[in-house]
Design a protein around this ligand. Sequence first.
Ligand SMILES: CC(C)(COP(=O)(O)OP(=O)(O)OC[C@H]1O[C@@H](n2cnc3c(N)ncnc32)[C@H](O)[C@@H]1OP(=O)(O)O)[C@@H](O)C(=O)NCCC(=O)NCCS
Length: 182
Amino acid sequence: MSLSTSYPRGPRLSFRDFKTADIADVHDYTSDPEVTRWSTWGPNTLEQTTAFIDNAARAHLDADRSAYSLAAVLDGRLIGSVAVWTTDSHDRNGELGYTLHRAYWGNGYATEAVNQLLEFGFNTLHLERISATCHPGNIGSIRVLEKSGFSLEGRLRSHRLERGVRRDSMLYSILREDVIPQ
Ligand SMILES: CC(C)(COP(=O)(O)OP(=O)(O)OC[C@H]1O[C@@H](n2cnc3c(N)ncnc32)[C@H](O)[C@@H]1OP(=O)(O)O)[C@@H](O)C(=O)NCCC(=O)NCCS
């Protein structure tokens, strides 16, 4: 992928690469235990958020980039992080994820972001299949995937190690043909 990839825009959200100046805004939600309740990571220390941003901010320099961790921006304010990445370039498989600041939950922003990630994943990354996993208790995230057209494929037993405890994940996927007429 070129160094000057352009990202899709939703009706309300835009997406951009992270920069070092984003650390404080991102730490606001990555350090929130309510936000990380169903995640394998967090609540973050400032060092962990800094490492995440350092890593994400360097990614756009990679000419063979296959992972896009992006800031979701609403009216100029950073409200969350979203990501889509290629997991297998031969099979054209990818995965996506999302985390929003708690102040912005319940307004359809995650669903809007997922729809933009799908467009980017299918049209720009040329993926054929995009999957997502989430904690079985993460009803909000499950609802986002359902609303975005994902199908439930099953329950991955003992899939993740979360703060020292193994737990299952729900596996969802969506195919190019599910969203783009053939
Ligand atoms: C999951 C998350 C991204 C959802 O963001 P959001 O912008 O609120 O999502 P949306 O508004 O697009 O949709 C959320 C849906 O879940 C529903 N929902 C949320 N919590 C719910 C709950 N506890 N019970 C039932 N429904 C719930 C909402 O009502 C909405 O559905 P609706 O439109 O049919 O009413 C957000 O809560 C978040 O960032 N959580 C922490 C990080 C995380 O869990 N990321 C996903 C990891 S797999």
